[in-house]
Write a protein of this length. Structure first.
Length: 474
């Protein structure tokens, strides 16, 4: 049985076909717009209503699942090249039009988030999910071609890779009456893993172990942050891509990240034209009601091509601070967070300004050590670390990475400075004792990538079932 995508591509006119799908619309008791999700497009199935039972025809309603058999012919009407002249049909699953919430009209994204179990049936979310799949496929394809190995790092972990402490606890102890130690603390020795464990915030530390044995590895899996952020850019559960490469310094890391991003975006442009065309039009329509200064600087596909065509500008944190401090928005106090001195942690508004300033994607590097994680390599100035962030137009930071601290004594000292228990991460320190080497890696939040490529404006709309504060439905 062919998919609608195949039928529209191959157009086997004159053949008898059988297909199944869901009714989008049924016009004039004659024209069925049928979708099976394989493409943004529908196939028009034409029913000669005089030859079919009226009661059965009434069951062809929006949302109903049906099977049809008929002859594919060149379309006599406008809007499609081919259509199916229906010989027979069967309603496989009824859809009561009085109850089905996705009638043929425009629905707000807020409304659709409340019915996430059905929203993938809409054009917008069907397009986003197909695009998400293609980008995931491109991620694996890229790393496979570059001789990386996919490493499955643990979801349940006893370490906090980021040192942020915003983690979801994993425990089977009685919540109301947990066992306690003599000093009144929870006795995790009686828990399942006999120690305190959490859902992972990153697979990076474990990926470093893989890189020091296999040279080039990457992770691609779910990560979790118990951060109470109700914003359009944050999720409690999201997917992370984290390559880690032995014998690679920060410059190699920047090269890899730029090449990788261009590859997956190019893949989407080449293989998702129909969905990107639809999403571009959707974004243009959505922005018509916004003030000019809040609209996208360029159409969606042009923006994606812009990233592919332009070399990423590499700018030190120190140079970026000078640019921001002397910028008009800063001098006129237009920034919400004013840049007054070196050492400030850059916010989204600053990142977006820098991309506009250079008119290209930007890689910032050599950040102050105080605002970055313990595992980043300390520079000779002992003030900055070999960290890098990649900033994209309209979205700000999309990638964060660094050259890792490979020197045992320096890493041990930094862990002490950050208050990290050496015993908890003794296995991590071992890689600096036995055959240590320069190595680097980065992290890319997959949903941030899908957000950028799809042109959607809320990260909750690029994952099938978003997990956010107060929301764990489905």
């Amino acid at each position: 049985m062919l998919l609608i995508k195949d039928i529209l591509q191959q157009q086997p006119i004159g053949t008898t076909l059988s297909l199944r799908g869901w009714v989008r619309t049924f016009r004039s008791n004659r024209f069925i717009a049928l979708s099976d999700g394989s493409t943004i497009k529908t196939l028009q199935a034409v029913v000669d209503f005089e030859n079919f039972d009226e009661a059965e025809l009434k069951r062809i309603t929006t949302g109903a699942a049906i099977s049809v058999t008929g002859d594919l012919v060149k379309s006599q009407g406008r809007g499609q090249e081919v259509e199916l002249l229906v010989r027979s049909f069967e309603v496989l699953g009824d859809s009561n039009p009085e109850e089905y919430p996705l009638q043929p009209k425009k629905h707000s994204l807020e409304f659709l988030r409340d019915i996430a179990h059905l929203r993938m049936r809409t054009n917008t979310f069907g397009a986003v999910m197909r695009l998400r799949h293609s980008l995931a496929f491109a991620v694996h394809q890229y790393f496979h071609k570059q001789n990386f190995f996919w490493l499955h790092t643990p979801i349940i972990t006893g370490s906090d890779a980021e040192g942020a402490g915003e983690m979801f606890n994993v425990s089977i102890l009685d919540k109301k009456n947990p066992p306690l130690t003599e000093d009144g603390a929870i006795d995790y020795k009686q828990d399942f893993f006999e120690k305190e464990t959490n859902l992972t915030v990153s697979g990076q530390l474990e990926a470093e172990l893989g890189a020091t044995a296999l040279s080039k590895v990457y992770t691609f899996g779910p990560t979790f942050r118990a951060e109470n952020s109700n914003t359009s850019r944050h999720l409690a559960e999201f997917w992370m891509i984290e390559p880690e490469v032995a014998f690679a310094d920060l410059n190699d890391n920047m090269d890899l990240a730029e090449d990788f991003l261009k590859y997956v975006i190019r893949f989407a442009l080449e293989n998702c034209q129909d969905d990107l065309e639809f999403l571009e039009k959707r974004l243009l329509d959505e922005e018509k009601s916004k003030p000019q200064n809040e609209r996208s600087a360029m159409p969606l596909r042009e923006k994606l091509q812009f990233v592919i065509d332009n070399n990423f500008r590499r700018v030190s944190y120190t140079e970026a601070i000078d640019i921001l401090r002397n910028s008009k928005p800063n001098k006129k106090k237009k920034f919400k967070y004013l840049i007054e001195e070196w050492g400030a942690d850059l916010q989204s508004e600053h990142e977006k300004f820098l991309v506009q300033h250079f008119n290209a994607p930007v890689i910032l590097f050599d950040y102050p050590a105080k605002i970055k994680a313990f595992y980043m390599r300390l520079n000779d100035d002992e003030k900055t670390v070999r960290a890098m962030d990649i900033l994209f137009p309209g979205i700000g930071e999309i990638v964060g990475g660094s050259q890792r601290e490979e020197r045992y004594d320096v890493l041990k000292g930094k862990m002490n400075d950050f208050g990290i228990d050496e015993e908890e991460l003794s296995w991590y320190l071992d890689t600096r004792k036995f055959g240590t080497c320069v190595h680097s890696g980065f992290g890319l939040g997959f949903e941030r990538l899908v957000l950028f490529v799809s042109g959607m404006t809320n990260i909750r709309d690029v994952i099938p079932f978003p997990r956010t504060p107060g929301n764990a439905e489905f």
